[in-house]
Design a protein around this ligand. Structure first.
Ligand SMILES: O=P(O)(O)OC[C@H]1O[C@](O)(CO)[C@@H](O)[C@H]1O
Length: 309
């Protein structure tokens, strides 16, 4: 199975409003609640692609119970979440129906005690024994050490399991130094990591810092990848409009599924780009329509070069 780790799970709430304006009171026309946090979204897409997937991380309190109930209703996803005394956070995405723009509000998450962190690390070690690949996704909740992902990357690597890291800031910087197989930063996260706002240079710099492969998500411009085997750019067929929430997570699912299926890099990148674009197109954040995905996949362009080395 593929293992996804979400230390800061969330109940993702999406509000639709006619027009979002600061200082104004709004009537919400529609509310959607889904189990979330980046690794949970990755797992949902992997399961939809037909992969066996297990989710771990922390959940607790009343919101945690809702997350687990909703997760139990997702076919193909096994719940191996570790209980927490604190309550799982909520994230709120407000969609402006007039412009289609989304405003995201992410709570920091509950405090994790040293005992809970040790319990998680033990569970993670056990789960790795049955994993073909692992994704470490999202922010760290308070109390979890900033070097947590670096430690989890090292544990996976010593178990011989390929590991993808998708986080930001200092946890990403330290995690990269532990040499994950793949990282998937967005343009801002990559610039923060490397100090360079030039994506081509920044992806190469991030590889020098320790990442085996760097796949940068560039929003509507698709993906830019620097790997041991070569460098590629994958572009969706037409500028895709819609709600980008969860698009990066869909791209991670595409990369991971391609990795365990031993697809060549251009095919992995095409799949990841089409999944991300299909997610943006879907009316509900983080979901995608299979037909739209397949139609986009046939029209994604991947250009690049294979390294001589
Ligand atoms: O852990 P964070 O970086 O705060 O990201 C979590 C959030 O991002 C999303 O996964 C979208 O990528 C939401 O589902 C929401 O839970």
């Amino acid at each position: 199975m593929i293992l996804t780790v979400t230390l800061n799970t969330a109940l993702d709430i999406t509000y639709r409003v006619r027009s979002l304006r600061p200082h104004a009171s709004h009537r919400v026309s529609e509310v959607t609640e889904r189990p979330g946090g980046k690794g949970v979204n990755v797992a949902r897409v992997l399961a939809a692609l037909g992969h066996e997937v297990t989710v771990t991380g922390f959940t607790g309190g009343a919101t945690g119970r809702v997350v687990r109930e909703k997760l139990a209703a997702v076919p193909g996803v096994v719940d191996a979440l570790v209980p927490l005394a604190g309550a799982t956070r909520r994230t709120v995405a407000v969609v402006d129906e007039r412009t289609g723009d989304t405003t995201q509000l992410n709570e920091p998450g509950p405090m994790v005690t040293p005992g809970e962190w040790s319990a998680f690390q033990e569970a993670y070690g056990d789960l790795l024994a049955a994993a073909s690949a692992v994704a470490l996704c999202g922010s760290l909740p308070p109390g979890v050490p900033v070097g947590a992902y670096a430690g989890l990357v090292r544990t996976a690597r010593s178990a011989g399991i390929p590991v993808l890291l998708d986080t930001s800031g200092e946890p990403l910087r330290r995690g990269v130094a532990a040499r994950p197989d793949i990282i998937k930063p967005n343009a801002d996260e990559l610039a923060e990591l490397t100090g360079s706002h030039e994506p081509l240079r920044a992806t190469q710099d991030a590889r020098r810092r320790g990442a085996g492969a760097v796949v940068a998500s560039l929003g509507p411009d698709g993906l830019l990848a620097a790997t041991r085997e070569g460098r590629w750019r994958a572009t969706p067929p037409t500028p895709v409009r819609g709600n980008p929430t969860g698009a990066g997570d869909a791209a991670v699912a595409g990369l991971l599924s391609g990795l365990v299926e031993h697809l060549p890099w251009p095919d992995r990148l095409a799949r990841a780009t089409a999944l991300a674009a299909a997610t943006v197109r879907a009316p509900v954040a983080g979901e995608f329509d299979r037909g739209v995905y397949e139609e986009l996949l046939a029209r994604v362009t991947v250009s690049g070069e294979v390294s001589a080395a």
